[in-house]
Structures are given as C-alpha cells and as structure tokens.
Design a protein around this ligand. Structure first.
Ligand SMILES: [Zn+2]
Length: 255
C-alpha cells in the first residue's frame, strides 16, 4: 500500500527534535511523496533545504491568509522567483480565513488575488486554505480566471461549493477531520465527490486522525484518512492510495 501526503508542515518547531526520523518513518511506511505547504516567505528557504535533502519531498511557495499582513511590494516578485526552483510545484497556501481573521479581510482578499495571478503567470496549481469564506473564495477564483486549478486543502465545506471547485478544475483534499466521530456531514460530502477528484493529506502536525487524535500528526498517519475514504466509497484502501497518489502527481506534475 502506498500513499502521498499532499499537505504537510514538517519545518514547524513540533518536528525540531526528530524531523529526519519522522520523514524516514513515513518513507518506510509506504508514503512515496510528501508535499510541503508554505505559510510565509521565511518558510520557503527551510522547505527548499528539506526538499533538496529528500528526493520525494516537494514544496509550495506562498503566503497563508493568516499571514497576509506580511505581504509587501516585493512579495509578488519574490514568489515568482521561487517558482523557478525545481522542487516548487504550487502556489500557496493561500485563500481566505474569515473565521480567525488573523489578517484584516481586505488584505486577505488582495493577497489572495495576487497569488492567483502568480499561479496563472507561473503556470502552477494553487493550494487553497479557506474557512468561513467558501462563496467569496469561489467568486474570486472566477473573477481572476484561475487557469491551472489546484486543491481545496483540508476541505470542510458543503457539497455545492465542492462541486463549484471541481468545475474550476480543483481537487478536494481530505484530512484527518473525516475520521472524527462527529464529522457525519463531511463524510456525506466525501461520499459524493468521486475519488478521481480527491487527494488525501495530514496537514501535520495538526488535525491528527483517529485513532491517534490528541497526539502530534505526521505523514505516515495519512493512511487513516485513506482507510476512512475506503469505507466511505466501499473500495479497498489500496485503491484509495493508488487513485489519490495518481491525482496528486497529475495536479503537481511530479513523478
Ligand atoms: Zn496547511
């Protein structure tokens, strides 16, 4: 059985004591590739060091909606420069988070639009983080004429929005949340999204799936997300791993 963790944050301090061990453990437990997400432009250098050390690691480059206030006049050009790096395969994570509002909404909107423009200019897919702003997110993607699709990471929206996302060429990515006991509605949405439009992720160190909820999350636990999807779609875990891995490779252009 093999899987790809399509969204992780292995450079965060939670992994400072055992990062290499966590990655080795993942690679020896059937995780063939890991896509590192980038939250701000300080992180990208650290991500690049990690992706150069491990052939199967890739990274996005971008600014998280929480950190949109860090955007400056040079951010656009800086991100464009990093897109030329071989291991950089997406723009993000970007989007809108109107739940926490760690950055003012008008700034989040501007920085999201800028990063869609970058994705279009660099011919890369977009990694989207969105919370309490699903309609606005779809509206802006349409207005900015997103060209190369992407993924709604750690999806928690409803079926209508998910269908809109698919129409725009996006995949839906499921995290450990779908294993949570109370996530009935989300599992119902997942049931209605074909596996051919689906990715899986950990978003580690956050959102640890059952049965490890409460512990630090890590890439090897992505198999629990796959197991839940296998139950939902009534197929083998192997099949879920196979299809979602293929989808991730197609989306991010990785081998
Ligand atoms: Zn993330």
């Amino acid at each position: 059985m093999t899987f790809i963790d399509s969204h992780s944050h292995l450079i965060l301090k939670e992994f400072d004591n055992d990062r290499d061990n966590v990655i080795q453990q993942a690679l020896s437990n059937g995780i063939t590739h890991i896509v590192q997400s980038c939250d701000n432009l300080d992180e990208i250098e650290k991500n690049l060091i990690l992706t150069k050390k491990y052939g199967n690691l890739y990274s996005s480059v971008g600014i998280h909606p929480h950190e949109a206030k860090l955007w400056t006049d040079v951010s656009y050009d800086t991100i464009i420069k990093y897109t030329k790096e071989e291991k950089v395969i997406a723009i993000g994570e970007t989007g809108l988070d109107f739940y926490y509002n760690h950055s003012p909404q008008d700034i989040q909107l501007k920085v999201f639009r800028e990063q869609i423009k970058i994705a279009n200019e660099a011919s890369l897919p977009l990694i989207i983080h969105t919370r309490d702003a699903f309609k606005e997110t779809i509206k802006i993607l349409k207005e900015e004429k997103i060209k190369h699709g992407g993924v709604f990471h750690c999806y928690t929206g409803d079926l209508d929005i998910a269908k809109e996302a698919l129409k725009l060429g996006f995949y839906i990515s499921w995290s450990g949340i779908i294993t949570f006991k109370k996530a009935f509605d989300l599992r119902e949405v997942a049931k209605n999204i074909p596996l051919k439009n689906t990715l899986i992720e950990t978003d580690c160190p956050f959102l640890t799936p059952l049965p490890h909820r409460g512990e630090r999350n890590e890439p090897k636990y992505v198999k629990y997300v796959a197991e839940e999807l296998a139950k939902i779609h009534n197929v083998s875990v192997d099949k879920v791993g196979e299809i979602t891995s293929e989808n991730t490779k197609i989306l991010f252009g990785i081998k």
